[in-house]
Design a protein around this ligand. Structure first.
Ligand code: SF4
Length: 67
C-alpha cells in the first residue's frame, strides 16, 4: 500500500503538483498543499500521486510504498 508523505514546512505553494494531479493535490486557504484523497492510496491513484510529487521543486512530497 502506498501513501503520500507531505512536509508542509517545505511547501511554498507554487502549485506545480496541483497542475499535474489536481484530483490529488490542492492548495488550501493558507496557500499550501493539501491532499484530497484518503490514504493509503487506491492503486489507480498511485501513478498520478507520484507524477505530482516528482515535479515539486522543493521535495515536499514523497510517495512511499509500505505498510
Ligand atoms: S509543488 Fe511542492 S511546493 Fe509547490 S504546492 Fe506542491 S508541494 Fe507545495
Amino acid at each position: 500500500m502506498s501513501h503520500i508523505e507531505l512536509d508542509r514546512e517545505r511547501c511554498e505553494g507554487h502549485g506545480t503538483c496541483e497542475q499535474i494531479a489536481p484530483n490529488i493535490y490542492q492548495l488550501d486557504d493558507e496557500g499550501l498543499v493539501s491532499i484530497l484523497v484518503d490514504q493509503p492510496l487506491p492503486d489507480e491513484l498511485v501513478g498520478a500521486a507520484e507524477a505530482g510529487a516528482r515535479v515539486c521543486p522543493l521535495a515536499a512530497l514523497r510517495v512511499v510504498d509500505g505498510s
